[in-house]
Write a protein that binds this ligand. Structure first.
Ligand code: MTE
Ligand code: MO
Length: 202
């Protein structure tokens, strides 16, 4: 029996439904770190961080760190899946629902895409409907602030798509009428990225 089969069998033995594991994935307990470039650092009070909500919206706005924390928070437990084949089950995230952030901006009716803008020019695109359904701007993982390498102070989490669709070190949310494929999407990765349909590459 190979590694992937053993991993799947171990889930069954733990009473976990193996259908939660997308095809070609294995589960891990330790949280891998994956990104291009360097981990950004910020002032102690995060005065040099903000989040801009803009694009095809009636009321673009900018949130400071304190303003983000003051918004109603949600806590979710979700499975996450990286295209490099690891899955983590039952990860716990706290933050603000993308729906709440975008509703405040007044999304224009012809908008159909969300472009996540992160530090150092990293972008990734998701259909607006997907972002509104499951997406959040997370600032806690497992009850603690995000680690710098996992996106501190805030990142997107869209658990039902491969994890490259969840930008770390988030700085902007752009609502867009037209699709704008991001770094990985313009380098051979799938534009939608459903792990259960194994949409790894295009
Ligand atoms: N800003 C930024 N966000 C990013 C990336 C990146 O390179 N830069 N990499 C993506 C990829 S490919 C993955 S798999 C996940 C990894 O998140 P983690 O390091 O917290 O596991 O972050 C995503 N978000
Ligand atoms: Mo990734």
């Amino acid at each position: 029996m190979g590694f992937f089969e053993r991993n799947r069998k171990a889930l069954v033995e733990r009473g976990i439904d193996p259908a939660r594991l997308p095809p070609g994935q294995y589960t891990t307990e330790r949280f891998p770190v994956l990104h291009v470039g360097t981990v950004p650092s910020y002032a102690e009070d995060l005065a040099d961080w903000d989040l801009r909500i803009f694009g095809a919206v009636d009321h673009p706005y900018v949130l400071s760190w304190a303003e983000l924390l003051a918004l109603p928070a949600v806590e979710v437990t979700q499975d996450i899946h990286c295209v490099t084949k690891w899955t983590m089950l039952d990860t716990v995230w706290k933050g603000v629902a993308l729906r709440d952030l975008l509703d405040r901006a007044g999304v224009q009716p012809e908008a159909a895409h969300l472009i996540e803008h992160a530090e150092a020019g990293y972008t990734t695109n998701v259909p607006l409907a997907d972002a509104l359904e499951t997406g959040m701007v997370a600032y806690e993982f497992g009850g603690l602030p995000l680690d710098p390498e996992h996106g501190f102070p805030a990142r997107v989490v869209i658990p039902h798509l491969y994890f490259w669709k969840s930008a770390k070190w988030l700085r902007g949310l752009e609502v867009s009428v037209h699709d704008q494929p991001g770094l990985w999407e313009t380098n051979g990765y799938h534009n939608y990225a459903d792990p259960f349909r194994e949409q790894r590459y295009s």
